[in-house]
Write a protein that binds this ligand. Structure first.
Ligand SMILES: *Cc1c(COP(=O)(O)O)cnc(C)c1O
Length: 377
């Protein structure tokens, strides 16, 4: 089954009992038992719910892994994954990760005893040098947010295997439509499904998939123990949204390529970050490990004041956090998504005050370009 077909027919195809062509919303918490411990696979919806199970089966298939899990948000997915580790364990984490990822690791999990080193995961030597005897996992995003730096998943996976540590990849930006980290050797892939997978700015959710059954069993134990599960209604919304992932991602990318090329030609913009641009440092690698470049672009307009002006003038780009929806969104990471990162660190990383991030939607690209044109003028 090819990917676009799998997105429509993968997982559990409809409802066997009624013939309904989609899995219904099983808005239920508990299940009748015929005798003590005799049930049809469901006992209590934190442990398992048929609508959530349909989504979990589906994402596992789409990412090419053994077991899938749905959580109440991307951060709930990551937090449950981090509960795999013990006090004293060390993690190597990308230095350009999502702000909330940085926050939960530094302000919650280090307090509980995890040790962490942040490195530029696009630099393999830096990753290798950061590995210690107590390192248990490498966590990376590629491309990164908001600088769109590309890391070599296969090379890091080989290194991880060599050192006996897990590789965990946040695949939110690429989605399984463009990139499958498990196929490249990662052990766990997770998503903020709030973004492209849902795709319509109407659900907050997280998904995770393990490559093997054993790690899947451990994660299921933690999902059930911690209980940060996704509800049936939201599971159903995600199943609905993901059916159109293929056509949406094609449109996001076609629009993003045109906008990035247009921005790159302007002289009043300092830098355009988009892996689809031939001069992007990660362009060749992105071409090798992914089937597309995605719909996220960041560019530097020179100052915080100019960025603020652009944001106040755009009409079709909604000023909002988040990304990956059908409507175009615009933000200034330094003051929004990445505000929880200290200013000195932001400066070190290159997240300048004039850096604008856009999540290119699926509107008519000519309208989007004209909108940016008038806002930049
Ligand atoms: C939004 C986001 C998250 C967090 O997901 P939530 O669903 O908001 O909890 C994690 N990683 C990336 C790359 C994101 O964009």
């Amino acid at each position: 089954m090819r990917l676009k077909t799998r997105l429509i027919h993968g997982g559990i195809d409809g409802d066997a009992q009624t013939g309904a062509v989609v899995v219904p919303v099983y808005q239920v918490s508990t299940y009748r038992q015929e005798g003590i411990g005799q049930h049809k696979g469901y006992e209590y919806s934190r442990t398992g719910n048929p609508t959530r199970h349909a989504l979990e089966t589906y994402i596992a298939e789409v990412e090419g892994g053994a077991r899938g899990f749905a959580f109440g948000s991307g951060m709930a997915a990551l937090s449950t994954i981090l509960a795999l580790f013990n006090k004293g364990d060390h993690l190597v984490v990308g230095d350009d990760v999502y702000g909330g990822t940085y926050r939960v690791i530094t302000r919650v999990f280090t307090r509980l005893g995890l040790d962490v080193t942040y490195v530029d995961t696009s630099n393999l030597t830096a990753v290798e040098q950061a590995i210690q005897t107590n390192t248990r996992a490498i966590i990376l995003e590629t491309p990164t947010n908001p600088l769109l730096k590309v890391s070599d998943i296969r090379a890091v996976a080989d290194l991880a295997k060599d050192k006996g540590v897990l590789l965990i990849v946040d695949n939110t930006f690429m989605t399984p439509y463009w990139q499958n980290p498990l196929d490249l050797g990662a052990d766990i892939v997770y998503h903020s499904a709030t973004k492209y997978l849902g795709g319509h700015s109407d659900v907050v959710a997280g998904l995770a998939v393990t490559r093997d059954e054993e790690l899947g069993e451990q994660l299921h134990f933690l999902q059930n123990s911690i209980g940060a599960v996704l509800g049936p209604q939201d599971s159903w919304l995600l199943l609905r949204g993901m059916k159109t992932l293929g056509i949406r991602m094609e449109e996001h990318e076609a629009n993003a390529r045109k906008i990035a090329a247009w921005l790159a030609e302007r002289h009043d913009i300092k830098q355009v970050n988009y892996p689809g641009l031939p001069n992007h440092p990660g362009h060749e690698l992105a071409k090798r490990q992914a089937r597309g470049f995605g719909g996220m672009i960041s560019f530097d307009v020179g100052s915080g004041r100019r960025a603020e002006e652009v944001l106040s003038r755009v009409k079709y780009f909604t000023l909002a956090e988040s990304l990956g929806a059908v409507e175009s969104l615009i933000s200034v990471p330094a003051r929004m998504t990445h505000a929880s990162i200290p200013a000195e660190r932001r400066a070190e990383l290159g997240i300048t005050d004039g850096l604008i991030r856009i999540s290119v939607g699926i509107e008519d690209v000519q309208d989007l370009i004209e909108d940016l044109e008038q806002a930049l003028a």
